[in-house]
Design a protein around this ligand. Structure first.
Ligand code: LLP
Length: 414
């Protein structure tokens, strides 16, 4: 299943994108439920026959309909805030399958998670261990925790999304991890049941993950030998997806086979936290051409989506393939595709060769299902885009486009 041209129209499952633009307008994020299920089930299949829990990383795309699609398949969830847990609960997710990650959980968020009985917390510092213990005591609960190890392994990705190096703020340095476990294990309201890591995102080569998991296994066995009740290994997320048309990406199945080979002999439960590899390719951002403009010989195509809708190109210089929604038999030209926001950094693509575009043409920004809508903002007082979910031959508006009244919600005159 994929986005492909049928009779000259870009379509996925049984729906053409032009029909969505006609009914929901632009800019609109479009997601394929079928593709999301397919990717999730590839994770499930990779661990079939051994104890495991696939915890979808909510931050990648937290739309309720996306979460509900996964919850109905029995997915677990990786969350990094109370707000994400609130969404998971509203989507029908089971809190007993939720792992709570992140470097800055507040006591209120911890309490909310404890009250709902989340599976475990991935804890990232001594200070957090103490707050977790104290909060669990106040709630009359025992919190199940794992410590997130910073294994100092280079994930070979963009510096902003590398998390497993000593210079990154994440995890507890491997040289201090045993002492941190001893400290956690001595707290009355904590039970140390896990070991976790997440070294980075958009990894096109899974071998750094294999190296990190190898270290995780050694640590888990050492802690078990000290009598700690370790029962799961959380391997994090991070598998890369195809952004460039001819980029070769690791398959979910083969990458996980290498990780499974390390974990299965331990008898421990494998937890994974994939985000991007489940939703990125399942989503596109639909946008319409507003104007063409030539500035001193440089061709610009101004579209109605902007950096506030999809910040990845501006923030990471990320490449997203952009294609016309209808095949256009026109001469090709080189253009920059830019949005209406008042910043030169507001671009979606630079120096792309595309058929000559005209006002009203529809474009699809591909591989936009992860870290697209979730990172969008109201900059320049632009309402956030609509979101549509396709499932088979049907599609549904799963988030209405924000109105001008929505922009003012919570504000008042002095
Ligand atoms: N687990 C933890 C603890 C994480 O921090 C992340 C992502 C994941 C799992 C999911 O990783 P994934 O499978 O999606 O690679 N905004 C950036 C990506 C930031 C990733 C942050 N952490 C982007 O647009 O590329």
């Amino acid at each position: 299943m994929n986005y492909e041209y049928r009779d000259g129209q870009l379509a996925v499952e049984g729906v053409s994108l032009a029909s969505i633009a006609a009914s929901s307008g632009t800019p609109t994020y479009v997601y394929s439920a079928g593709m999301i299920r397919e990717r999730y089930l590839a994770y499930e299949a990779a661990f079939a026959g051994m104890p495991h829990q696939v915890c979808y990383a909510v931050k990648a795309n937290s739309n309720l309909a996306v979460l509900a699609t996964l919850a109905r398949l029995g997915a677990g969830f990786d969350i990094v805030s109370g707000g994400e847990l609130f969404r998971v609960l509203k989507a029908g997710g089971n809190p007993a399958t939720v792992v709570f990650s992140g470097v800055g959980k507040t006591p209120e968020e911890i309490r909310f998670a404890l009250e709902h009985g989340v599976h475990s917390f991935n804890c990232e510092s001594y200070a957090e261990i103490d707050v977790l213990n104290h909060t669990a005591g106040l709630c009359g609960k025992v919190a199940h925790i794992g410590l997130r190890v910073n294994p100092n392994v280079n994930p070979i990705t963009h510096e902003y999304i590398s998390t497993g190096l000593r210079e990154n703020k994440f995890g507890i340095d491997s040289s201090a991890i045993d002492a941190a476990y001893e400290h956690a294990a001595s707290q009355p309201h904590l039970r140390v049941t896990g070991v976790s890591c997440h070294i980075g995102s958009q990894m096109l080569d899974p071998s750094p993950m294999v190296e990190a998991v190898d270290r995780l296994v050694t640590l888990a066995l050492r802690l078990q030998a000290k009598g700690m009740p370790i029962d799961h290994l959380d391997l994090g997320g991070g598998l890369g997806v195809q952004y460039q048309p001819n980029e070769s990406t690791p398959s979910i199945t083969s990458s996980l086979a290498a990780l499974r080979a390390l974990v299965e002999p331990t008898g421990l439960k494998a937890v994974v936290e994939p985000g991007r590899s489940i939703v990125a390719e399942a989503g596109v951002l639909l946008t319409r051409v507003l104007y063409r403009k030539n500035n001193g010989g440089k061709e610009f195509v101004i579209v109605d989506a902007a950096m506030n809708d999809l910040i990845r190109p501006s923030l990471y210089k990320a490449f997203h393939d952009i294609v016309p929604v209808s095949t256009l038999n026109r001469p090709h030209m080189q253009v920059d595709i830019v949005g209406p926001v008042c910043e030169s950094g507001d671009w979606l693509a630079k120096s792309r060769t595309l058929p000559e575009l005209a006002s009203g043409d529809l474009l699809a920004v591909k591989t936009a299902g992860a870290y697209g809508f979730g990172m969008s903002s109201n900059y320049n007082s632009r309402g956030r885009a609509a979101e549509v979910l396709i499932d088979g031959a049907a599609f549904q508006l799963v988030r209405a486009r924000e109105s001008w009244d929505d922009l003012l919600r919570g504000e008042c005159l002095p």
